[in-house]
Ligand binder design. Structure first.
Ligand code: PGA
Length: 254
């Protein structure tokens, strides 16, 4: 972890205003752990409330539309989430890819839409269990990266990649640290191929069943620059445990 580790909570479709207190508690804890960059991606309905309550943590959206605006009932544009207080947007989460049929081209267009309004973007990739069993995990992820990552100016300052094996999400199962390291090295190589040398600075997060008790091992794997956390980000108690693990990992490194 060359840079500040980045720990991002993805609340998915969880959270009403009652949970703003949880975000506030996470923000307070982050003040004591400033070596770690902490962020939350709550449902869009809570972005504004959490942005108001939290002073230190990043706040982002879980998705945005590809278009700037228009006749798209129920959708939200990148400019709108930015206006609500989001500093970043997650695109290409496997649940969006699976539940909404999002293709790599859609994911890239969403990422470009985020960059067009000058917010950061976390691009998610990851293989299914069948693809891993067939020995295709690295090839699948490489092709997702090729076709999903945004291009153009300021990409390198704004893009983060999240590797989330689909079979590890919400299952309590994780790849071995060796498998995580191998995939993250492959992702780094691909990023260098796509973006050139500047891609050394792009953080690659691991996601999928990260908990306080496995975070240290996963974060210690080669090329892992942080974590994208679902279930364990829903309470300050479990999420802060992961942030602490990231901070401790940093101590050991110095
Ligand atoms: P999980 O979800 O931590 O609940 O496995 C991770 C994610 O989908 O980002």
């Amino acid at each position: 972890m060359a840079q500040r580790p980045y720990i991002v909570g993805n609340w998915k479709m969880h959270g009403t205003r009652a949970m703003v207190a949880e975000a506030r508690a996470i923000d307070r804890a982050a003040e004591r752990l400033i070596k770690v960059e902490v962020a939350l991606a709550p449902p869009a309905t809570l972005i504004q409330a959490i942005r108001k309550e939290a002073s230190l943590i990043g706040v982002g959206a879980q998705d945005c539309h590809t278009a700037e605006g228009g006749a798209h009932t129920g959708d939200i544009s990148a400019a709108m989430v930015k206006d609500a207080g989001a500093g970043f947007v997650i695109v290409g989460h496997s649940e969006r890819r699976a539940n909404h049929g999002e293709t790599d081209a859609d994911v890239r267009a969403k990422a470009q839409a985020a960059l067009a309004v000058s917010i950061n973007v976390i691009v998610c990739v990851g293989e299914t269990e069948g693809q891993r069993d067939a020995g295709q995990a690295e090839a699948v992820v490489a092709s997702q990266l090729d076709a999903s990552l945004p291009r153009g100016e300021h990409v390198l300052e704004r893009v983060t990649v999240a590797y989330e094996p689909v079979w590890a999400i919400g299952t309590g199962r994780t790849p071995t640290t060796e498998d995580v390291a191998a995939m993250h090295r492959a992702i780094r190589a691909k990023l260098l191929e796509i973006y050139g040398e500047g891609a050394e600075a792009v953080r690659i997060l691991y996601g999928g069943s990260v908990k306080a008790d496995n975070a240290a091992a996963l974060l210690a794997a080669d090329e892992v620059g942080g974590a994208l956390v679902g279930g364990a980000s829903l309470t300050a108690e479990s999420f802060v445990g992961i942030v602490v693990a990231a901070a401790e990992r940093l101590e050991h490194h110095h």
